[in-house]
Unconditional design. Structure first.
Ligand code: SF4
Lengths: 375, 90
């Protein structure tokens, strides 16, 4: 239990681990953390090594950078390379590989690609450069989608005509459903995402216990949060209950953020289909601008090729995103695919399972193996 | 982009555009508070900031805990803070 000492409250961590061990007994539980932030915490603090063998954590599809398919990056580059365009995106998106390189490479070839902290920074670039066309590469789950929505409404209110959004916003429930429907994965419960839930609340997850008979516990991002959420999941299972519970009451309300949900509904509508890296097409899983905001939609203003590009053969991100394999089980992990030269998306963002494991997990695993503390 | 960084509202700078000056981990930047309008936001309140937007109201103790967690993230947090420093929302 070496890593426990790094925790804010080692005694509490120890107590939780022994409760979890007791609850798990001789059975085996597979729990999925949906959110990339949780994956990061789990590897950063070696949580899987302080858990008993009976509890296995699998990493889910909740890192928005990781789920962007190659074709969308190729589309982004096509738009970025149009003369007169200033293409703005979050820093993380610059290194996501498309089939012919990433946005950084496009920038090196002369495209005007700039990274921004906020969609409102992108809007400001548009206001300051009236002769240019500014495109914002919008990505993220319900955590960031309301920010894009507010920005679009402001662009409309202030009649900014040289600003468009290339929307790749996705929603959290459809991939959870896709994973629950996939035949090759047996899960016993979910750690629900923290930040996404501040927006969507707890209600959208009710189908998981009601239809699939699996418990969900929304969790915060500290190691103790995750341990406590695991305990709550096991407790539900052992007591024969099955429902949506909230461990992260410090931030997440039952009803979420009603204002954010209202603005989302005002600005976005569901796309009939959207391709997810590794998960394929999932219906009604992504957001595009509503018809009345079409003039802010980059996909309508520019002819975006919309090609579908298969993932590179060596890449096993799909299996990682579904929790079917662990990052280190991918053939190219740590050799051809590293954070410096990512082949797959899961190696790009620090919340991607492969990058998180590459940066922290290996160390913990090696130490834990040498201590005989792991499976 | 997924990191929520705690910040303390310093002052409301533009009620029409719903912008407040927020001290985000020691860096003062404008942040949009429109998504928390219904909660009533004012100087001294703590919020979690995502991509230039205040997304949830938190208490000071939670802000401290969240900061501690972020510092432990190392590079990812430093990258995010670099983006915050360059931010210039108006
Ligand atoms: S190691 Fe690279 S290619 Fe393999 S799953 Fe991870 S990100 Fe994808």
């Amino acid at each position: 239990m070496r890593f426990v000492d790094e925790y804010r409250d080692p005694a509490a961590a120890r107590a939780l681990v022994s409760r979890i061990t007791e609850l798990a007994g001789d059975d085996h539980f597979k729990l999925m953390e949906v959110c990339g932030g949780h994956t990061h915490t789990i590897y950063r603090h070696g949580i899987e090594h302080i858990l008993p063998d009976a509890v296995e954590l699998v990493h889910g599809p909740g890192c928005p950078v990781c789920v962007i398919p190659m074709g969308r990056i190729d589309d982004a580059i096509t738009v970025a390379e149009r003369p007169g365009v200033i293409f703005t995106c979050f820093g993380d998106m610059m290194r996501v590989p498309g089939s012919k390189g990433n946005l950084l490479a496009a920038k090196a070839r002369g495209a005007d690609v700039r990274f921004v902290y906020s969609p409102l920074d992108a809007l400001r670039v548009a206001v300051e450069n009236p002769a240019r066309e500014v495109v914002f590469f919008a990505v993220g789950f319900e955590t960031t989608a309301p920010s894009t929505a507010v920005t679009v409404l402001r662009a409309r209110a202030e009649a900014v005509s040289n600003f468009t959004v290339f929307s790749n916003h996705v929603t959290i429930v459809p991939p959870m459903k896709a994973i629950l429907d996939s035949p090759d994965l047996r899960l016993d419960g979910f750690l629900g995402p923290g930040h996404v839930s501040t927006v969507v609340g707890q209600r959208p997850y009710r189908f998981v216990p009601e239809i699939y008979r699996k418990p969900v516990v929304t969790a915060g991002f500290e190691p103790l949060d995750i341990l406590q959420a695991i305990e709550m999941l096991l407790l539900q299972i052992r007591e024969g209950r099955c429902c949506v519970e909230n461990q992260y009451t410090r931030c997440v309300r039952e009803e979420g953020n009603p204002r954010a949900l209202e603005i989302l509904a005002e600005v976005f509508e569901l796309r009939p289909h959207f391709e997810w890296r590794g998960l394929g097409f999932i219906s009604e899983s992504a957001l595009k601008l509503r018809g009345e905001l079409a003039h802010f939609d980059a996909e309508l203003r520019y002819s975006v090729p919309g090609v579908r590009v298969a993932d590179p053969k060596a890449c096993q991100c799909g299996e990682v995103l579904k929790g079917a394999i662990k990052p280190w089980e991918c053939k190219v992990f740590g050799t051809a695919c590293t954070p410096e030269t990512p082949i797959g998306t899961c190696m790009v963002s620090s919340e991607g399972a492969c990058a998180a494991y590459y940066n922290f997990g290996r160390l913990h695993r090696d130490v834990a193996v040498s201590m005989g503390a792991t499976n | 982009m997924c990191l929520g960084i705690p910040g303390e509202i310093v002052e409301i700078v533009d009620p029409v555009r719903q912008l407040a000056k927020v001290d985000v981990a020691g860096v003062c930047r404008n942040v949009n508070y429109g998504l928390l309008e219904h909660e009533g936001i004012g100087p001294g309140d703590w919020v979690l900031v995502h991509v230039g937007f205040a997304m949830s109201k938190i208490d000071e103790a939670e802000a401290e805990r969240a900061m501690e967690g972020l510092r432990l993230m190392g590079q990812a947090f430093r990258d995010e803070m670099r983006a915050v420093v360059d931010s210039n929302i108006s």
